[in-house]
Unconditional design. Structure first.
Length: 141
């Protein structure tokens, strides 16, 4: 699969300052559309690198965080689903234990540049369009 951030004309969308993501700490969570369906995604830092995934367990399609933005186990080694304890490698989203089988979390393309974390939408994972009401509120004086 081609990397979305390498696609011509894909500048990326700013998500959060890189300093907001401590290694093994709280993730930044945001809304996306995956194949046109609303989903949540998250970006976190592990071993100094930012990684992002769709917030959906492979075992049961539920959001995984224990509390908003809290995905790591107590040792800060694995991403753990709060519902049934499925464990995933932070580096690649691969299931390593629990009821998630041999699959992987759905990756979301991100990169950190000049202190800012950017998201690179793909054909399958797109931004949620601004609602007309929200756009009108933003344009009001």
């Amino acid at each position: 699969m081609a990397d979305a951030k390498d696609a011509p004309g894909n500048e990326g969308l700013p998500l959060c300052p890189g300093s907001a993501l401590a290694d093994g700490g709280t993730a930044h969570v945001w809304d996306v559309l995956e194949y046109g369906r609303p989903q949540r995604a998250f970006v976190l830092r592990f071993d100094g690198q930012v990684r992002a995934y769709i917030n959906r367990c492979l075992h049961v399609p539920v959001e995984m965080d224990w509390l908003p933005g809290e995905f790591f186990d107590s040792d800060k080694r694995y991403i753990v689903c709060s519902v049934h304890g499925a464990m995933y490698e932070p580096e690649d989203g691969r299931c390593v234990g629990g009821p998630c089988g041999r699959g992987k979390l759905t990756t979301v393309a991100v990169a950190e540049q000049r202190g800012q974390v950017h998201w690179y939408p793909s054909r399958d994972i797109r931004p949620v369009p601004a609602s007309p009401a929200a756009a009108a509120d933003e344009s009001a004086p």
